[in-house]
Design a protein around this ligand. Sequence first.
Ligand code: PLP
Length: 379
Amino acid sequence: MSILQFDQHVDRSHTQSIRWDKYGPDVIPLWVADMDFRPPEAVIQALTKRVEHGVFGYTYASQELKEVIVDYIHRMYHWKISPEWIAFLPSVVTGLHLSVRMLTQPGDHILIPHPAYHHFKDAVLGAIRDYSIYEMALHQGRYILDMAQLESLVRPQTKLLMLCNPHNPGGTVFTKEELLAIGEFAKAHQLMICSDEIHADLILDEGLQHHPIGSIGQGIENRSFSLMSLNKAYNFPGIGLSWVICQNPEIQKKLMQDVHTLIPNPNLFAYDVTQAAMEHGQEWHASLIAYLRKNRDTVHARINAIPGLSMAHLQATYLAWIDSSAMGWDNPFEAFLNAGVALSPGSQFGDQQFVRLNFGTTSKLLNLALGRIEKIYQQ
Ligand SMILES: Cc1ncc(COP(=O)(O)O)c(C=O)c1O
């Protein structure tokens, strides 16, 4: 399988794509986090088989799927888990909101990252919980969290720490040592850790390894859980499935209490595509990572060559976090949009002077967009 398959342009206009339909044909849409690529052929085949069967009744996650996930977690993260630790949700966002609503109470206090995917904050605001923001600050080229700052923010009422690993939008892949420090902090203050790991299979740097929070051991597994999904890495977020890995049965039970009532079960297509991607998507995935790595390097070189724009090295994800503060713009998002490129406004992640660029697209389109961005400076 060649990485050239990702050069193939798939017309997504008028397919109810949030990303492609919002700004019209004159704008290159590099915002919402889905990619322009078709998933592995096995995923399409699994869907086709299900569609051709033609009866779409109530369904459930099979024991076989759980076993496939157990194998996958072992292959990808060298972590031996047990099928009972797995529970299914329709999406990771559902998991973020359930974590806050089911595991904390009014009056409890929560620690959330900044900058971060907006649902971390939406979850605490939606549940009307007290919260403090911990900064992910640039240190030696990586956005990391500061343990001293965390210590200064924690209160007797703090119950939950929200983590995003790999980090969106900074791209940080946390090391085992960093996770151990976070876990020890959680143990010392009796916190739970909700770890959003949706970007786990989008590590671009060779030699880096994703560590699920529970795999660190040291008792951290009793007070933490991972929210996982193949939605991002295999590009089927419109179908959607996520699963929680939680070794502590009490936490898992609380978290899942409203599933099948307020929260719907995942749909049958979601189970099928996830299993197909895990069983047959390995080669496709390796090619995808090679393609995204090239795109990342292109974005990094061309953005950093523009005076006034900069980005740090991105270890993971296909989402570049670009600092435009030196441009002195009131509204960076508008400046890029006027040039014909729609990016995600940094304000969505808590920092107005940044924008986020989705390079999960063909290198041809990416280069076209970067050319438009370069022209802003040349004007
Ligand atoms: C950190 C993070 N969590 C969750 C999601 C969305 O997950 P889902 O589509 O499964 O709800 C995203 C999407 O960009 C994300 O970046």
